[in-house]
Design a protein around this ligand. Structure first.
Ligand code: XMP
Ligand code: MG
Length: 187
């Protein structure tokens, strides 16, 4: 789905598809160099990271393993609920593995901080992060993100995996919704 298909709901496009793919390609080249001969485990955080995982993993020039985890930190609204719980766990034993977490967006950093600790607790040899987007203004915890796609301002964004009430995940770019889309929501 493209911006033109849902024009009446979009305020403006923030990052076009081509720029997203170009940046993912650059990060993938860097990661391919850094993890040469290490066979990393990519851990995608459901559901938002699915689109990033597909584009990123295909852009890598090294073999990787992939697994997914579902964590709850946000409901259907736009604000953090603070507590993190595992909705669906990995099926892979991370002990001794070089893990690269793949995330759609780092907001407060709480989800990521929790996940990094958890994977280390399970015995991962290393834990690094690739986040497509980052909202620096919203950071609450100092968590290291080695690979970053783009910085975005403190606005709610959708597309390329990111949703508003489960919608817009299949938009091929990153965009800001019109305020009217949120009307009636008390997030
Ligand atoms: P924290 O605050 O733990 O949150 O870093 C990360 C998770 O929050 C969600 N999130 C967003 N989802 N548009 C979205 O669709 C946004 O602008 C946004 N900001 C945060 C997202 O699930 C991310 O993994
Ligand atoms: Mg997420």
């Amino acid at each position: 789905m493209r911006i033109a298909d849902i024009q009446e709901e979009i305020d403006h496009e923030l990052i076009p598809h081509e720029r997203i793919m170009g940046r993912i390609q650059e990060v993938a080249a860097e990661v391919s160099r850094d993890y040469k001969e290490r066979y990393p485990l990519l851990v995608g955080v459901l559901k938002g990271a699915v689109n990033v995982m597909v584009a990123f993993s295909q852009a890598l020039s090294i073999p990787v393993e992939m697994d997914f985890m579902s964590l709850s930190s946000y409901g259907s609204g736009v604000r953090s609920q603070g507590e993190i719980t595992v909705r669906q766990d990995l099926s892979t034993d991370v002990e001794g593995r070089d893990v690269l977490i793949v995330e759609d967006i780092i907001d407060s950093g709480l989800t990521l901080d929790w996940l990094k600790r958890e994977l280390r607790r399970r015995g991962a040899a290393s834990v690094e992060v690739f986040a497509l987007l980052e909202k620096p203004e919203r950071r609450e915890v100092d968590v290291d993100v080695k690979y970053k796609g783009f910085e975005v301002p403190d606005v709610f964004v959708v597309g390329f995996g990111l949703d508003y009430a489960e919608r817009f995940r299949n938009l091929d770019s990153i965009a800001v919704l019109k305020a009217s889309v949120y009307e009636g929501e008390h997030a």
